[in-house]
Design a binder for this molecule. Structure first.
Ligand SMILES: Cc1cc2nc3c(=O)[nH]c(=O)nc-3n(C[C@H](O)[C@H](O)[C@H](O)COP(=O)(O)O)c2cc1C
Length: 391
């Protein structure tokens, strides 16, 4: 869930709050988290120079086409790649022996094999830059995860940067990465269009795309709901009516889960509510359990929310409701995969979905004003007018 939100939130931020310094602890957290990035043979061929001193920042800015974010951000990382990091003596190799994955005698053969990969099959520079790029991307997502924003830059003079910051000749300056807090008094331009699946994917062998659609289907489909005075984005992609609903797992009780596929031994009505602690969500759940009773024989019903299964159980017992109420608290799979996760709040939006036994979405009602109840009659009309079971 956090990952999805991170993908959508991350932007190359042009306007940083000035005079906002980043404590070393925050930087350490970001760098250590980003260090989980994958690298070939786990060689991690990357290093960083952190430029945070005002004079040093101004100096770096001069070698980077005078890009203001370098002096306005809290710090700029010079992301370095080491084309020789795969060589013998790489400390990461030792852990294979320590952990018993490999005998000490096998180490020599292994390091020779690794050397061959990055010299015979690949150019060492490319090996280093490919890996450092993964690290750079991870730094941006790690920063976002800790509440910081970033801007990557390739617009700089690498030779000048090397000389100014005493960087050895054999290292490659892959990118600059400014980190700081977005200045929310400013507005970023809309996110640029992206190539989508049809623009870039060939199946099994290469086919050039016929024409570019240049949409950003994920972002452009994001809908919002109103919560008080706030318009809040919904994270994820809502399946269209007529499309299969992505499978998801819900918690019945702690330690016991159920998937959408398991709930589909007949058509399924899903009533999703933000929290059973609020009167509107309680009303919705009680009313559906009354109104849909008549359909009990043929159709399955489930309410879902991000409340704990304990709170859901208490509510069920208090109100004498005997239809299932399941929790999306662990991983928010339902909310995010059905495009119903309220950004920044982490709760499920209010909606009603009808899924047929084949798992295809047949009806969808999103309640755009979170504080309002759904249109129950519309759901009943749909159920009355449509054949959902094979009888
Ligand atoms: C490797 C790399 C180098 C970039 N160099 C620059 C740069 O020098 N100056 C700049 O303003 N933006 C630079 N960008 C930012 C891109 O313009 C930006 O990522 C792109 O327009 C998409 O916008 P978004 O990151 O907000 O989604 C760079 C991005 C990457 C990944």
């Amino acid at each position: 869930m956090e990952t999805l939100e991170n993908f959508i939130r991350r932007r190359s931020v042009n306007f940083f709050k000035e005079d906002c310094s980043m404590q070393k602890e925050a930087l350490r957290n970001i760098v250590n988290l980003a260090g989980l990035a994958p690298s070939s043979s786990n060689t991690q061929p990357w290093e960083l120079v952190v430029v945070e001193d005002p004079e040093a920042k101004a100096n770096l800015r001069e070698s980077a086409f005078d890009q203001p974010k370098i002096t306005e951000s809290s710090c700029t990382l010079i992301v370095l790649a080491d084309p020789e990091a795969y060589k013998k003596g790489n400390p990461t190799y030792g852990s294979f022996v320590e952990r018993g994955y490999m005998e000490a005698e096998e180490m020599e053969g292994y390091t020779e094999m690794v050397e061959g990969l990055y010299t015979d099959l690949e150019k060492p520079d490319r090996y280093a830059v490919k890996n450092a790029a993964f690290f750079g991307m991870s730094l941006m997502y790690a920063a976002e995860a800790y509440g910081w924003q970033s801007h990557p830059m390739i617009g700089f003079n690498p030779q000048e940067v090397k000389e100014k910051f005493d960087i050895p000749e054999d290292l490659i300056v892959t990118m600059l990465l400014s980190l700081g807090k977005f200045d929310d008094e400013t507005t970023l331009l809309q996110r640029n269009r992206r190539k989508n699946f049809t623009d870039i994917v060939s199946m099994n062998s290469y086919n050039p795309p016929e024409k570019l659609e240049l949409k950003n289907p994920f972002v452009e489909q994001i809908k919002s709901v109103k919560m008080g005075d706030d318009n809040l984005n919904l994270i994820g992609v809502q399946p269209e009516v007529g499309e299969p609903v992505p499978d998801f797992e819900l918690m019945k009780v702690p330690g016991q889960t159920v998937t959408l596929a398991e709930l589909l031994d007949g058509p399924l009505v899903i009533s999703s509510v933000p929290s059973l602690d609020t009167p509107v969500c309680q009303q919705q759940t009680k009313k559906f359990s009354q109104k849909l009773k008549n359909y009990d024989e043929k159709i399955n019903f489930v309410t879902m929310s991000c409340d704990t299964p304990f709170a859901q159980q208490r509510f069920k017992e208090k109100e004498g409701i005997d239809w299932p109420i399941y929790s999306d608290i662990n991983g928010r799979q339902f909310s995010s995969r059905c495009g119903l996760l309220i950004e920044g709040v982490g709760l499920t939006a209010r909606a009603v979905m009808v899924v047929d036994q084949a798992g295809v979405l047949r009806y969808f009602q999103l309640v755009e004003e979170v504080g309002e109840e759904p249109d129950y009659q519309d759901v009943e009309n749909f159920l009355n007018e449509n054949q959902l079971t094979d009888s």
